[in-house]
Design a protein around this ligand. Structure first.
Ligand code: SF4
Length: 94
């Protein structure tokens, strides 16, 4: 696939864009209801707030440093922001 000019993401064109409704469906999976896997809601919201003000977020959805949908990755206790120079959030250990 040839990268399109004027897009931050070099690999994916608009035909691969994921809708908010599709992410909603992902988050309805049973694993995202498991408190041993996901962070509490307050922590989740803090993480999303950090991502929403980050220069590396594309389309309010995708982290350009790791390629993750932040609405999904921010749910995981073990995940952390991939920006090693200025990490916005780390693993949740409580
Ligand atoms: S995970 Fe970190 S680098 Fe990625 S969008 Fe969120 S704050 Fe930015």
């Amino acid at each position: 696939m040839v990268a399109e000019p004027n897009r931050n993401c070099r690999g994916c064109g608009p035909q691969y864009e994921v809708t908010e409704a599709q992410i909603d469906r992902i988050l309805q999976a049973p694993m995202f209801q498991d408190e041993t896997i996901v962070v509490p809601d307050a922590v989740y919201q803090e993480r999303l707030t950090a991502c929403h003000s980050c220069e590396h977020l594309q389309n309010m959805q995708t982290c350009l440093l790791c390629g993750c949908f932040v609405r999904v990755s921010a749910y995981y206790r073990t995940k952390s922001c991939p920006n090693v120079k200025n990490r916005s959030w780390g693993p949740y250990t409580n």
